[in-house]
Design a protein around this ligand. Sequence first.
Ligand SMILES: Cc1cc2nc3c(=O)[nH]c(=O)nc-3n(C[C@H](O)[C@H](O)[C@H](O)COP(=O)(O)OP(=O)(O)OC[C@H]3O[C@@H](n4cnc5c(N)ncnc54)[C@H](O)[C@@H]3O)c2cc1C
Length: 249
Amino acid sequence: MENFDAVIVGAGAAGLFCAGMAGQRGVRVLLLDHATAVAEKIRISGGGRCNFTNLGASPANFLSDNPHFCRSALARYRPSDFTDLLRRHGVSFHEKHLGQLFCDHSSQDIIDVLLRECAAGQVTRRQPCSVLAVQRVTKGFELTTSAGPVHTPQLVIATGGLPIPQIGASDWGLRLARDWGLKIIETRPALVPLTFASSEWAPLVELSGLSLPARLTCGGGKGAPKGALKGEFLEDVLFTHRGLSGPGT
Ligand SMILES: Cc1cc2nc3c(=O)[nH]c(=O)nc-3n(C[C@H](O)[C@H](O)[C@H](O)COP(=O)(O)OP(=O)(O)OC[C@H]3O[C@@H](n4cnc5c(N)ncnc54)[C@H](O)[C@@H]3O)c2cc1C
């Protein structure tokens, strides 16, 4: 049985960052992912250029049952900490608008930074590697993986959200949390296109491809369900052949 100080399951944005930081603090880290390619979701993010942070990111931009949950993380690691990291790695980027920062070249730059941070922390990465079983033992966890058994006192589940299973997403982390009796807030789709019946949308089809800045408001209207989110923000909305898309939607 191999031993590591920490095992991280999921080599996406969260898992890679966590692995690099922990490794550089002297933690012996094993990072596992069942997909062949690393951080595929970063690769496709921001249209291939990764909108990696926003200069104005603050707790007010995060939705949570507990609005204070993100405060300490955001206070301890600010957007400027990440841009400093990118500058140290020589990655060039630009502000598109409204504080949104994108890579000048491609999302691969972000993946390369995270991989170099992992290398600096001497992280052991195994891909593709599946976790077949996890058992809680007195001093931590025993994992049965497709590359053999591993023991660790610290386990990080960074298997991400449910969208796009074709590139590795799974509900494995959620199922594990459920099996271990953790309270789960039922998931629902958040990243969805806003489509209309073709007859309703027909007069606007000619506008497809056009993007406009818009003021969007939601919630608070007559008949809005109790507890519905209320808000107003300025963002771009893109007309498509079937409805609306873009950051605003
Ligand atoms: C089309 C699209 C565009 C986006 N654009 C942006 C953007 O521009 N800016 C932005 O900030 N965010 C963007 N996002 C959101 C962003 O990609 C995610 O929030 C982010 O990637 C989440 O990182 P993560 O590490 O939590 O999860 P993921 O990146 O999903 O990583 C999870 C990893 O866990 C692995 N995994 C899953 N199950 C298992 C298992 N059972 N065993 C082993 N490994 C497993 C997966 O293979 C994957 O590598 C976009 C998302 C999409 C879908």
